[in-house]
Design a protein around this ligand. Structure first.
Ligand code: ATP
Ligand code: MG
Length: 352
């Protein structure tokens, strides 16, 4: 790939129409100024004065954030929120990031999945993140709410070129992608073979059929060997697992292998698209979501799986350098990153 080709791919993103369906979370950061804490008059506890609040979409919302940073033309979100304040904040932030939220469903008996992260600030500005508060649904959606999700999905699919499934609720059947919704997604992929349908899931990637999935090496291993408990998965093992999964899904498949890049499985072949060597500190949180956004935006433009993996690596090589935040990447950052790797250090010295 040369720079002109990369620019063509990125420019095309503005024409793309992509739906993200699944578990939209709200990440809430509350800054607690402990230096202003006082002993409460009624209880023997010191107060936690919240002096700043920041909210941003997480989980499937990290994918929409990345699509927005990549300037994808139309980004639709389909998820379920509660009729609560966090739900309106999430909708507000999604809209603020350029998402079309018409398909979001609010249900009175659901909570808006929220991770509340208190950051405690002490003297001289020292900050420490405190234990997180997780607000998640403890029961399955009612059948009627599931029906609404399926109806909205069918309605939205016809308007988009690609669908990204963010099946991220840690516990089975408690999120938006229940077994019934997943079956429906796989059926839609059969019904609309020209659409790119793509899924990411920490716990359930092995349950998808007829669509492209993107596990990391550990998820691929666990999908193949559910009882596996280990620390490392070699590239060879990731290849073996990916091969088994691509036969099961009957679609091309990606396995991300951290700094080593992405393995692409297609038509019985495996290509290893090498990761981009970085000399700076990295933070992998959200790397997978930026890869999903970049891959699907590229595939929807009619480019190859191999090129999609190259763009995925490039975009993730920018987002992982954003330490301490769930990063995103702009076109300019991606092009700058590409220039840095395309010019070997000895050549750059000669040119200057
Ligand atoms: N240290 C790194 N250097 C360069 N690129 C990296 C590094 N770590 C991750 N990446 C990029 O990010 C992609 C995804 O990383 P990884 O395989 O760790 O996904 P993941 O485990 O799903 O991430 P997440 O923590 O977001 O769920 C890789 O394919 C690669 O392109
Ligand atoms: Mg991941």
């Amino acid at each position: 790939m040369d720079e002109a080709r990369l620019r063509t791919i990125l420019d095309g993103f503005r024409e793309r129409k992509i739906l993200v369906v699944g578990d939209f979370y709200l990440d809430a950061y509350w800054l607690v100024d402990k230096t202003a804490s006082t002993l409460s008059l009624e209880t023997p506890w010191h107060t936690n004065p919240v002096v700043e609040q920041r909210y941003s979409p997480g989980a499937a919302g990290t994918v929409t954030n990345n699509l927005a940073a990549l300037e994808v033309g139309e980004i639709y979100s389909l998820g379920v929120i509660g009729e609560d304040g966090f739900g309106s904040t999430l909708l507000d932030r999604l809209k603020g990031n350029g998402c079309i939220t018409d398909f979001m469903i609010a249900a009175p008996d659901r909570v808006t999945p929220t991770y509340l992260k208190p950051i405690h600030r002490g003297y001289e500005g020292v900050e420490t993140e405190g234990p997180r508060f997780d607000i998640e649904n403890q029961s399955m959606m009612r059948f009627e709410v599931e029906d609404r999700v399926i109806r909205a999905l069918r309605q939205c699919v016809s308007q988009v070129e690609g669908v990204i499934v963010g099946d991220q609720m840690p516990r089975n059947n408690l999120g938006v992608i229940t077994d019934r919704v997943r079956t429906e997604i796989c059926r839609l992929a059969m019904e609309f073979p020209d659409k790119i349908v793509f899924a990411d899931s920490r716990a359930r990637i092995g349950r998808y059929r007829n669509i492209t999935v993107k596990p990391n090496r550990f998820e691929a291993k666990r999908a193949v060997d559910p009882d596996w408990i280990g620390e490392e998965v070699s590239i060879e093992e990731a290849k073996r697992c990916g091969q088994i999964l691509t036969v099961r899904t009957d679609k091309p498949l990606f396995v991300t292998v951290g700094q080593e890049g992405i393995l692409v499985f297609q038509d019985g072949r495996i290509e290893h698209v090498q990761g981009i060597p970085l000399e700076t500190e990295t933070d992998p949180v959200g790397a997978g979501d930026s890869v999903s956004a970049a891959i699907v935006a590229t595939l929807c433009g009619g480019f190859s799986y191999l090129e999609a993996a190259q763009v995925g690596n490039l975009v993730a090589s920018i987002t992982v350098t954003k330490v301490g935040t769930t990063g995103t990447a702009s076109h300019e950052e991606v092009i700058d990153g590409f220039r840095n790797i395309s010019v070997p250090p000895d050549r750059s010295r000669r040119d200057t």
